[in-house]
Design a protein around this ligand. Sequence first.
Ligand SMILES: [Zn+2]
Length: 63
Amino acid sequence: MARLHRFRDLVRIGPVQVGTANDRRGCEKHTAACTAPRCGFSAEYDTRSAAELAARTHRCPVR
Ligand SMILES: [Zn+2]
């Protein structure tokens, strides 16, 4: 599970949360992380729209 406390602009799309954070070098990273128990999906993207698209198209394996 991603540590979401450092993220800003959090939105929830279905079971997936998308947030923006800065990495160590100050680059923006956009993360999509599923909040469903036992799913564990989480991925980083270079753009906000890519993260939101991934969230929108995510299919939980634990349904
Ligand atoms: Zn999921």
